[in-house]
Design a protein around this ligand. Structure first.
Ligand code: ARG
Length: 459
Protein backbone atom coordinates (compact mmCIF):
# COMPACT_ATOMS: atom_id res chain seq x y z
CA UNK A 1 0.00 0.00 0.00
CA UNK A 2 0.99 3.63 -0.20
CA UNK A 3 2.47 5.58 2.71
CA UNK A 4 0.08 6.82 5.40
CA UNK A 5 2.18 9.94 5.97
CA UNK A 6 2.46 11.13 2.38
CA UNK A 7 0.62 8.53 0.30
CA UNK A 8 -2.19 10.82 -0.86
CA UNK A 9 -0.88 11.22 -4.37
CA UNK A 10 0.74 7.79 -4.68
CA UNK A 11 -0.85 4.74 -6.25
CA UNK A 12 1.71 2.18 -5.11
CA UNK A 13 4.29 1.85 -2.39
CA UNK A 14 8.02 2.14 -2.94
CA UNK A 15 10.25 -0.51 -4.47
CA UNK A 16 12.16 -2.61 -1.95
CA UNK A 17 15.39 -0.98 -3.13
CA UNK A 18 13.87 2.44 -2.62
CA UNK A 19 13.15 1.52 0.94
CA UNK A 20 16.64 0.16 1.39
CA UNK A 21 18.35 3.31 0.16
CA UNK A 22 15.88 5.71 1.75
CA UNK A 23 15.19 4.40 5.22
CA UNK A 24 17.22 6.01 7.98
CA UNK A 25 15.51 4.44 10.97
CA UNK A 26 18.34 1.97 11.58
CA UNK A 27 20.54 4.87 12.66
CA UNK A 28 18.31 7.87 13.33
CA UNK A 29 16.48 6.03 16.09
CA UNK A 30 19.28 7.47 18.19
CA UNK A 31 17.42 10.78 17.89
CA UNK A 32 14.29 9.42 19.59
CA UNK A 33 14.59 11.35 22.85
CA UNK A 34 15.35 14.62 21.03
CA UNK A 35 12.54 14.02 18.54
CA UNK A 36 10.01 13.48 21.29
CA UNK A 37 11.23 16.46 23.32
CA UNK A 38 10.92 18.69 20.25
CA UNK A 39 7.47 17.31 19.40
CA UNK A 40 6.24 17.88 22.94
CA UNK A 41 7.48 21.48 22.83
CA UNK A 42 5.88 21.99 19.44
CA UNK A 43 2.56 20.51 20.64
CA UNK A 44 2.51 22.71 23.74
CA UNK A 45 3.05 25.75 21.54
CA UNK A 46 0.26 24.68 19.16
CA UNK A 47 -2.02 24.55 22.21
CA UNK A 48 -0.90 27.87 23.67
CA UNK A 49 -1.42 29.67 20.37
CA UNK A 50 -4.86 28.11 19.90
CA UNK A 51 -3.84 26.32 16.70
CA UNK A 52 -4.75 22.92 18.20
CA UNK A 53 -7.26 22.33 21.00
CA UNK A 54 -6.00 21.81 24.53
CA UNK A 55 -7.59 18.36 24.68
CA UNK A 56 -5.75 17.17 21.60
CA UNK A 57 -2.50 18.73 22.81
CA UNK A 58 -2.82 16.99 26.17
CA UNK A 59 -3.39 13.65 24.45
CA UNK A 60 -0.44 14.24 22.12
CA UNK A 61 1.96 15.24 24.88
CA UNK A 62 0.91 12.36 27.10
CA UNK A 63 1.07 9.88 24.23
CA UNK A 64 4.56 11.02 23.30
CA UNK A 65 5.73 10.22 26.82
CA UNK A 66 4.34 6.73 26.42
CA UNK A 67 6.20 6.34 23.13
CA UNK A 68 9.40 7.50 24.82
CA UNK A 69 9.06 5.02 27.64
CA UNK A 70 8.40 2.23 25.14
CA UNK A 71 11.56 3.15 23.26
CA UNK A 72 13.61 3.42 26.44
CA UNK A 73 12.31 0.05 27.62
CA UNK A 74 13.27 -1.51 24.29
CA UNK A 75 9.62 -2.45 23.59
CA UNK A 76 9.26 -0.25 20.54
CA UNK A 77 9.09 -1.93 17.15
CA UNK A 78 10.89 0.24 14.63
CA UNK A 79 9.71 -0.07 11.06
CA UNK A 80 11.74 0.58 7.92
CA UNK A 81 8.54 1.17 6.01
CA UNK A 82 8.09 4.24 8.16
CA UNK A 83 11.50 5.49 6.97
CA UNK A 84 12.77 7.47 9.90
CA UNK A 85 12.43 8.22 13.58
CA UNK A 86 9.98 11.06 12.97
CA UNK A 87 7.41 8.91 11.20
CA UNK A 88 7.97 5.94 13.48
CA UNK A 89 7.16 8.04 16.52
CA UNK A 90 4.17 9.74 14.93
CA UNK A 91 2.75 6.48 13.68
CA UNK A 92 2.98 4.88 17.10
CA UNK A 93 1.37 7.99 18.56
CA UNK A 94 -1.57 7.49 16.20
CA UNK A 95 -1.93 3.90 17.37
CA UNK A 96 -1.97 5.15 20.95
CA UNK A 97 -4.22 8.22 20.75
CA UNK A 98 -5.96 8.05 17.38
CA UNK A 99 -6.57 10.89 14.94
CA UNK A 100 -5.49 13.68 17.29
CA UNK A 101 -1.94 12.48 16.50
CA UNK A 102 -2.37 13.88 13.00
CA UNK A 103 -2.55 17.43 14.41
CA UNK A 104 1.01 17.28 15.78
CA UNK A 105 2.49 17.90 12.34
CA UNK A 106 0.61 21.20 11.90
CA UNK A 107 2.99 24.05 11.03
CA UNK A 108 5.92 21.70 10.92
CA UNK A 109 7.89 19.64 8.43
CA UNK A 110 10.34 16.81 8.84
CA UNK A 111 12.88 19.31 7.55
CA UNK A 112 12.76 21.59 10.58
CA UNK A 113 12.07 18.56 12.75
CA UNK A 114 15.26 16.74 11.82
CA UNK A 115 17.31 19.94 11.95
CA UNK A 116 16.02 20.53 15.49
CA UNK A 117 16.52 16.96 16.69
CA UNK A 118 20.02 16.78 15.31
CA UNK A 119 21.05 20.13 16.77
CA UNK A 120 19.83 18.99 20.17
CA UNK A 121 21.76 15.75 19.83
CA UNK A 122 24.99 17.40 18.71
CA UNK A 123 24.63 20.01 21.47
CA UNK A 124 24.48 17.17 23.99
CA UNK A 125 27.62 15.69 22.49
CA UNK A 126 29.43 19.01 22.87
CA UNK A 127 28.61 18.84 26.58
CA UNK A 128 29.74 15.22 26.75
CA UNK A 129 33.00 16.06 24.99
CA UNK A 130 33.66 18.91 27.41
CA UNK A 131 33.03 16.58 30.36
CA UNK A 132 35.26 13.88 28.89
CA UNK A 133 38.02 16.41 28.24
CA UNK A 134 37.76 17.72 31.79
CA UNK A 135 38.14 14.23 33.23
CA UNK A 136 41.24 13.65 31.16
CA UNK A 137 42.68 17.04 32.12
CA UNK A 138 42.24 16.14 35.79
CA UNK A 139 44.13 12.88 35.33
CA UNK A 140 46.97 14.66 33.53
CA UNK A 141 47.06 17.37 36.17
CA UNK A 142 47.49 14.76 38.93
CA UNK A 143 50.43 13.36 36.97
CA UNK A 144 51.88 16.85 36.61
CA UNK A 145 51.61 17.57 40.31
CA UNK A 146 53.30 14.30 41.25
CA UNK A 147 56.05 14.76 38.67
CA UNK A 148 56.69 18.50 38.71
CA UNK A 149 60.41 17.95 39.17
CA UNK A 150 60.76 14.51 37.61
CA UNK A 151 63.38 15.04 34.89
CA UNK A 152 62.85 13.53 31.47
CA UNK A 153 64.36 14.26 28.09
CA UNK A 154 62.58 16.79 25.99
CA UNK A 155 62.69 15.91 22.30
CA UNK A 156 62.77 17.62 18.97
CA UNK A 157 62.80 15.40 15.89
CA UNK A 158 62.44 12.60 18.49
CA UNK A 159 66.12 13.25 19.26
CA UNK A 160 67.01 14.22 22.81
CA UNK A 161 66.98 18.02 22.90
CA UNK A 162 66.93 19.52 26.40
CA UNK A 163 65.84 18.14 29.76
CA UNK A 164 62.28 18.94 30.77
CA UNK A 165 60.05 17.58 33.51
CA UNK A 166 57.27 15.02 33.41
CA UNK A 167 54.97 17.61 34.94
CA UNK A 168 55.76 20.09 32.21
CA UNK A 169 55.04 17.49 29.54
CA UNK A 170 51.72 16.53 31.12
CA UNK A 171 50.64 20.16 31.40
CA UNK A 172 51.38 20.69 27.72
CA UNK A 173 48.46 18.34 27.02
CA UNK A 174 46.29 20.03 29.62
CA UNK A 175 46.73 23.28 27.68
CA UNK A 176 45.82 21.63 24.36
CA UNK A 177 42.78 19.92 25.80
CA UNK A 178 41.58 23.15 27.34
CA UNK A 179 41.60 24.76 23.91
CA UNK A 180 39.64 21.74 22.71
CA UNK A 181 37.06 22.42 25.40
CA UNK A 182 36.92 26.00 24.19
CA UNK A 183 36.20 24.85 20.64
CA UNK A 184 33.30 22.68 21.81
CA UNK A 185 31.98 25.54 23.93
CA UNK A 186 32.18 27.97 21.02
CA UNK A 187 30.50 25.50 18.67
CA UNK A 188 27.79 24.83 21.24
CA UNK A 189 27.09 28.54 21.71
CA UNK A 190 26.85 29.10 17.96
CA UNK A 191 24.60 26.09 17.31
CA UNK A 192 22.23 26.87 20.13
CA UNK A 193 19.47 28.40 18.02
CA UNK A 194 16.22 26.71 17.16
CA UNK A 195 15.29 25.68 13.62
CA UNK A 196 11.84 24.58 14.81
CA UNK A 197 9.07 26.46 13.06
CA UNK A 198 11.03 26.98 9.86
CA UNK A 199 8.69 24.27 8.54
CA UNK A 200 9.60 22.84 5.12
CA UNK A 201 11.68 25.87 4.08
CA UNK A 202 9.58 29.02 3.92
CA UNK A 203 8.05 29.31 7.37
CA UNK A 204 4.34 28.80 7.96
CA UNK A 205 1.04 30.63 7.65
CA UNK A 206 -0.02 29.44 11.11
CA UNK A 207 0.45 31.92 13.98
CA UNK A 208 3.18 29.90 15.68
CA UNK A 209 5.42 31.13 18.47
CA UNK A 210 9.00 30.14 17.81
CA UNK A 211 10.36 31.92 20.89
CA UNK A 212 8.46 29.57 23.16
CA UNK A 213 9.57 26.36 21.49
CA UNK A 214 13.15 27.64 21.35
CA UNK A 215 13.05 28.35 25.06
CA UNK A 216 11.40 25.05 25.95
CA UNK A 217 14.25 23.21 24.22
CA UNK A 218 16.99 25.27 25.87
CA UNK A 219 17.88 27.19 22.71
CA UNK A 220 18.91 30.83 23.05
CA UNK A 221 16.61 32.01 20.26
CA UNK A 222 14.92 30.85 17.07
CA UNK A 223 17.02 30.88 13.92
CA UNK A 224 16.26 34.02 11.96
CA UNK A 225 16.04 32.57 8.46
CA UNK A 226 13.86 29.56 7.66
CA UNK A 227 15.90 28.56 4.58
CA UNK A 228 19.09 28.59 6.59
CA UNK A 229 17.42 26.75 9.46
CA UNK A 230 16.55 23.67 7.43
CA UNK A 231 19.51 23.58 5.09
CA UNK A 232 22.73 24.12 6.94
CA UNK A 233 24.67 21.53 8.85
CA UNK A 234 27.57 23.74 9.82
CA UNK A 235 26.85 22.98 13.47
CA UNK A 236 27.65 19.33 12.80
CA UNK A 237 30.73 20.31 10.83
CA UNK A 238 31.95 22.44 13.71
CA UNK A 239 31.44 19.55 16.08
CA UNK A 240 33.37 17.25 13.77
CA UNK A 241 36.16 19.81 13.36
CA UNK A 242 36.52 20.18 17.11
CA UNK A 243 36.38 16.40 17.44
CA UNK A 244 39.06 15.97 14.78
CA UNK A 245 41.40 18.41 16.51
CA UNK A 246 40.79 16.75 19.88
CA UNK A 247 41.39 13.32 18.38
CA UNK A 248 44.63 14.64 16.91
CA UNK A 249 45.78 15.72 20.37
CA UNK A 250 44.80 12.38 21.86
CA UNK A 251 46.63 10.52 19.12
CA UNK A 252 49.87 12.35 19.88
CA UNK A 253 49.75 11.40 23.54
CA UNK A 254 48.73 7.88 22.58
CA UNK A 255 51.75 7.64 20.31
CA UNK A 256 54.03 8.87 23.07
CA UNK A 257 52.66 6.21 25.41
CA UNK A 258 53.27 3.59 22.76
CA UNK A 259 56.86 4.71 22.31
CA UNK A 260 57.57 5.30 26.00
CA UNK A 261 56.30 1.86 26.99
CA UNK A 262 58.67 0.00 24.66
CA UNK A 263 61.57 -2.00 26.09
CA UNK A 264 63.88 0.46 24.35
CA UNK A 265 62.49 3.49 26.19
CA UNK A 266 60.84 2.15 29.37
CA UNK A 267 59.87 5.69 30.37
CA UNK A 268 56.48 4.49 31.58
CA UNK A 269 54.72 1.37 32.57
CA UNK A 270 51.13 1.09 31.46
CA UNK A 271 48.55 -0.51 33.69
CA UNK A 272 47.27 -3.99 33.01
CA UNK A 273 43.80 -2.45 32.79
CA UNK A 274 44.65 -0.86 29.45
CA UNK A 275 47.00 -3.43 27.97
CA UNK A 276 46.64 -6.83 26.41
CA UNK A 277 48.85 -9.86 26.12
CA UNK A 278 49.79 -11.97 23.15
CA UNK A 279 48.40 -15.43 22.58
CA UNK A 280 51.75 -16.66 21.32
CA UNK A 281 54.43 -14.49 22.96
CA UNK A 282 54.13 -14.85 26.73
CA UNK A 283 56.34 -11.86 27.53
CA UNK A 284 54.17 -9.35 25.67
CA UNK A 285 52.21 -6.50 27.14
CA UNK A 286 50.75 -4.50 24.32
CA UNK A 287 49.44 -0.93 24.50
CA UNK A 288 46.29 -1.68 22.51
CA UNK A 289 44.17 1.07 24.00
CA UNK A 290 46.79 3.65 23.11
CA UNK A 291 47.03 2.27 19.61
CA UNK A 292 43.27 2.41 19.10
CA UNK A 293 43.20 6.00 20.33
CA UNK A 294 46.05 6.75 17.93
CA UNK A 295 43.86 5.34 15.15
CA UNK A 296 40.65 7.25 15.93
CA UNK A 297 41.52 10.27 13.78
CA UNK A 298 41.15 7.92 10.83
CA UNK A 299 37.45 7.67 11.49
CA UNK A 300 36.87 11.14 12.86
CA UNK A 301 38.73 12.98 10.11
CA UNK A 302 36.93 10.71 7.69
CA UNK A 303 33.58 11.80 9.08
CA UNK A 304 34.53 15.46 8.80
CA UNK A 305 35.62 15.11 5.19
CA UNK A 306 32.56 12.99 4.39
CA UNK A 307 30.11 15.57 5.69
CA UNK A 308 31.98 18.49 4.13
CA UNK A 309 31.75 16.63 0.87
CA UNK A 310 28.04 15.85 1.28
CA UNK A 311 27.29 19.53 1.94
CA UNK A 312 29.54 20.95 -0.76
CA UNK A 313 27.60 22.44 -3.64
CA UNK A 314 24.17 21.54 -2.23
CA UNK A 315 21.61 24.09 -3.39
CA UNK A 316 19.25 25.48 -0.73
CA UNK A 317 17.13 24.32 0.96
CA UNK A 318 16.73 20.72 2.16
CA UNK A 319 17.87 17.82 0.00
CA UNK A 320 17.88 14.18 1.00
CA UNK A 321 21.66 14.22 0.72
CA UNK A 322 21.57 15.68 4.19
CA UNK A 323 20.25 12.47 5.66
CA UNK A 324 23.84 11.25 5.21
CA UNK A 325 24.95 13.57 8.01
CA UNK A 326 23.96 11.41 10.93
CA UNK A 327 25.94 8.19 10.66
CA UNK A 328 29.14 10.18 10.26
CA UNK A 329 28.48 12.31 13.30
CA UNK A 330 27.28 9.35 15.39
CA UNK A 331 30.38 7.35 14.61
CA UNK A 332 32.70 10.28 15.19
CA UNK A 333 31.03 11.13 18.50
CA UNK A 334 31.18 7.52 19.69
CA UNK A 335 34.82 7.29 18.70
CA UNK A 336 35.67 10.53 20.46
CA UNK A 337 33.87 9.66 23.71
CA UNK A 338 35.44 6.22 24.04
CA UNK A 339 38.86 7.64 23.22
CA UNK A 340 38.50 10.35 25.86
CA UNK A 341 37.36 7.91 28.51
CA UNK A 342 40.05 5.33 27.76
CA UNK A 343 42.72 8.02 27.64
CA UNK A 344 41.61 9.35 31.03
CA UNK A 345 41.92 5.85 32.44
CA UNK A 346 45.36 5.35 30.96
CA UNK A 347 46.55 8.77 32.06
CA UNK A 348 45.63 8.12 35.66
CA UNK A 349 47.15 4.64 35.67
CA UNK A 350 50.40 5.31 33.86
CA UNK A 351 53.48 5.11 36.08
CA UNK A 352 56.42 7.25 34.95
CA UNK A 353 59.81 5.57 35.48
CA UNK A 354 61.80 8.39 37.03
CA UNK A 355 65.20 6.70 36.95
CA UNK A 356 64.98 5.65 33.33
CA UNK A 357 63.84 9.08 32.24
CA UNK A 358 66.55 10.77 34.27
CA UNK A 359 69.23 8.59 32.75
CA UNK A 360 67.92 9.24 29.25
CA UNK A 361 67.82 12.97 29.94
CA UNK A 362 71.41 12.96 31.11
CA UNK A 363 72.57 11.03 28.08
CA UNK A 364 72.57 12.46 24.59
CA UNK A 365 74.29 15.78 25.46
CA UNK A 366 70.96 17.29 26.49
CA UNK A 367 72.65 20.04 28.49
CA UNK A 368 74.75 21.29 25.56
CA UNK A 369 72.56 24.39 25.33
CA UNK A 370 73.19 25.07 29.01
CA UNK A 371 76.91 24.89 28.33
CA UNK A 372 76.63 27.30 25.41
CA UNK A 373 74.49 29.67 27.51
CA UNK A 374 77.15 29.51 30.25
CA UNK A 375 79.87 30.51 27.79
CA UNK A 376 77.75 33.50 26.80
CA UNK A 377 76.90 34.47 30.36
CA UNK A 378 80.29 33.94 32.05
CA UNK A 379 82.81 34.49 29.27
CA UNK A 380 80.88 37.00 27.22
CA UNK A 381 81.09 34.92 24.03
CA UNK A 382 78.63 35.73 21.23
CA UNK A 383 76.05 32.90 21.15
CA UNK A 384 77.19 31.74 17.71
CA UNK A 385 80.74 31.27 18.93
CA UNK A 386 79.56 29.60 22.13
CA UNK A 387 77.52 27.25 19.96
CA UNK A 388 80.66 26.40 17.99
CA UNK A 389 82.81 25.76 21.07
CA UNK A 390 80.08 23.58 22.59
CA UNK A 391 79.74 21.68 19.35
CA UNK A 392 83.45 20.91 19.45
CA UNK A 393 83.11 19.67 23.04
CA UNK A 394 80.18 17.43 22.07
CA UNK A 395 82.29 16.03 19.25
CA UNK A 396 85.11 15.30 21.67
CA UNK A 397 82.80 13.62 24.18
CA UNK A 398 81.20 11.58 21.44
CA UNK A 399 84.62 10.40 20.18
CA UNK A 400 85.57 9.47 23.71
CA UNK A 401 82.25 7.74 24.33
CA UNK A 402 81.38 9.86 27.37
CA UNK A 403 78.87 12.53 28.35
CA UNK A 404 79.71 16.23 28.55
CA UNK A 405 80.16 16.28 32.32
CA UNK A 406 82.69 13.44 32.01
CA UNK A 407 85.15 15.54 30.01
CA UNK A 408 88.10 16.77 32.10
CA UNK A 409 88.62 20.46 32.73
CA UNK A 410 91.77 20.20 30.60
CA UNK A 411 89.77 18.85 27.69
CA UNK A 412 87.23 21.64 28.17
CA UNK A 413 89.94 24.26 28.22
CA UNK A 414 91.54 23.00 25.07
CA UNK A 415 88.37 24.11 23.24
CA UNK A 416 88.23 27.40 25.18
CA UNK A 417 90.86 28.47 27.72
CA UNK A 418 88.40 30.60 29.71
CA UNK A 419 86.32 27.64 30.89
CA UNK A 420 86.44 27.07 34.66
CA UNK A 421 85.35 24.29 37.01
CA UNK A 422 82.10 26.21 37.57
CA UNK A 423 80.91 24.93 34.20
CA UNK A 424 80.16 21.49 35.68
CA UNK A 425 77.29 23.01 37.66
CA UNK A 426 75.25 23.68 34.55
CA UNK A 427 75.90 20.27 33.05
CA UNK A 428 73.60 18.45 35.49
CA UNK A 429 70.03 17.95 34.30
CA UNK A 430 68.53 19.18 37.58
CA UNK A 431 70.36 22.46 37.23
CA UNK A 432 69.35 22.62 33.62
CA UNK A 433 65.61 22.36 34.28
CA UNK A 434 65.78 24.54 37.39
CA UNK A 435 67.31 27.31 35.30
CA UNK A 436 64.43 27.37 32.80
CA UNK A 437 62.57 29.90 34.90
CA UNK A 438 61.07 31.97 32.09
CA UNK A 439 57.28 32.14 32.11
CA UNK A 440 55.95 28.87 30.73
CA UNK A 441 59.36 27.23 31.08
CA UNK A 442 60.11 23.80 32.48
CA UNK A 443 61.59 24.84 35.86
CA UNK A 444 59.81 22.86 38.58
CA UNK A 445 58.86 26.13 40.24
CA UNK A 446 57.11 27.24 37.03
CA UNK A 447 55.46 23.86 36.58
CA UNK A 448 54.15 23.91 40.11
CA UNK A 449 52.74 27.40 39.62
CA UNK A 450 50.98 26.29 36.41
CA UNK A 451 49.69 23.14 38.11
CA UNK A 452 48.28 25.23 40.95
CA UNK A 453 46.49 27.44 38.46
CA UNK A 454 44.99 24.36 36.80
CA UNK A 455 44.06 22.82 40.14
CA UNK A 456 41.97 25.91 40.87
CA UNK A 457 40.52 26.05 37.36
CA UNK A 458 39.49 22.40 37.35
CA UNK A 459 38.07 22.35 40.87
N1 ARG B 1 15.15 11.30 7.59
C1 ARG B 1 15.29 12.61 7.03
C2 ARG B 1 16.71 13.14 7.27
O1 ARG B 1 17.37 12.61 8.09
C3 ARG B 1 14.30 13.54 7.66
C4 ARG B 1 13.94 14.69 6.81
C5 ARG B 1 13.14 14.21 5.64
N2 ARG B 1 12.64 15.28 4.90
C6 ARG B 1 12.16 15.10 3.69
N3 ARG B 1 11.71 16.13 3.05
N4 ARG B 1 12.10 13.94 3.13
O2 ARG B 1 17.16 14.05 6.65
Amino acid sequence: GSNTMWGGRFATGPDALMQAINASIDFDKRLAAEDIAASRAHAAMLGATGIVSDTDVAAIREGLLTVLSEIEAGDFVFSRELEDIHMNVESRLRELIGTAAGRLHTARSRNDQVATDFRLWVRGQCDAAIDGLTELMRALLAQAEAGADMVMPGFTHLQVAQPVTWGHHMLAYVEMLDRDRGRFRDARARMNESPLGAAALAGTSFPIDRETTAQALGFDRPMANSLDAVSDRDFALEFLSAAAITATHLSRFAEELVIWSTAQFRFVSLSDRFSTGSSIMPQKKNPDAAELIRAKPGRINGALVALLTVMKGLPLAYSKDMQEDKEQVFDAADSLMIALAAMAGMASDVVPQAERMHAAAAAGFSTATDLADWLVRRLGLPFREAHHVTGALVKRAEAKGVDLHELTLGEMQSEHPGITREVYDVLGVENSVASRMSYGGTAPEQVRAQAARWRAALA
